[in-house]
Design a protein around this ligand. Structure first.
Ligand code: ADP
Ligand code: MG
Length: 243
């Protein structure tokens, strides 16, 4: 079986700051990988290099068989297959909910507007926001906006979804709805890489948990291995702080 995502010896430096120090990571089709680790350890940088929002300093990143570190690779084609959800939603506030969702399929994939609208309706249903098709972004709560952001990412029919702390900016009462949408997505077989501090989600949904600290993967394993039998003292220390 070939991996959906294969990262080999990934190094990323900003000036003198070596943030990723040789990451090796494989993610299989349908796998849910949850990335945990302290603030500043390089989790966001790792996700951002996967769709070349940051260019790798060295190493290889192969997604669906295409090496995105290779300058000859058409990065826009690769990006169409990678959905990304950020901490701060990044919706277009001047567009309606449906316009946000339809924008990329219509502009990039040249999807027919009617078909894109039907697709947007179905996606809004799956994130529990059927009634918000024509709503303005500003009229929505943070949790609703994040669910629209997930629908927008799904509108391109990606085969990998990347989530960077999708619930960290939300009021506590909104977190559950967003996690429920992500859990459903995992159940449907979506390949997902999720950076989160929600350890309950990691325990319940992750096939594999990856602990990043100081620019390296220090330990990885099943949720049971990671949470109940952590080996690396850094992981034990981290879990003591967050659990
Ligand atoms: P995490 O997501 O685990 O909190 P980040 O990947 O955001 O960590 O950051 C890791 C390190 O990289 C930090 O020291 C941060 O300051 C640095 N960093 C991240 N992005 C940039 C950037 N665009 N320019 C310079 N330094 C950066
Ligand atoms: Mg981060």
């Amino acid at each position: 079986m070939t991996a959906k995502v294969k990262v080999t010896n990934l190094v990323k430096t900003f000036g003198n700051n070596e943030v990723l120090k040789g990451i090796n990571l494989e993610v299989q089709n349908n796998e849910v990988v949850v990335v945990i680790g302290p603030s500043g350890s390089g989790k966001s940088t790792l996700l951002r290099t996967l769709n070349k929002l940051e260019a790798p300093t060295s190493g290889d990143i192969i997604i669906d068989g295409m090496n995105i570190a290779d300058p000859k690779t058409d990065i826009n084609k690769v990006r169409e297959n990678i959905g990304m959800v950020f901490q701060h939603f990044n919706l277009f506030n001047n567009l309606s909910v449906s316009e946000n969702i339809m924008l990329a399929p219509v502009e990039l994939k040249k999807e027919d507007k009617q078909a894109a609208a039907e697709h947007a309706k179905r996606l809004l249903k799956t994130v529990g926001l059927e009634s918000k098709f024509d709503a303005t972004v500003q009229s929505l709560s943070g949790g609703q906006q994040q669910r629209v952001a997930i629908a927008r990412a799904l509108a391109m029919d990606p085969d990998v979804m990347l989530f960077d702390e999708p619930t960290s900016a939300l009021d506590p009462e909104m977190v559950g709805d967003v996690l429920a949408v992500m859990k459903n997505l995992a159940k449907q077989g979506m390949t997902m890489i999720v950076v989160t501090h929600e350890m309950g989600f990691a325990k319940e949904v992750a096939d594999r948990v990856v602990f990043v600290d100081d620019g390296n993967i220090q330990e990885q394993g099943t949720p049971d291995e990671m949470f109940n039998h952590p080996k690396n003292p850094r992981l034990q220390d981290f879990l003591d702080k967050v659990l």
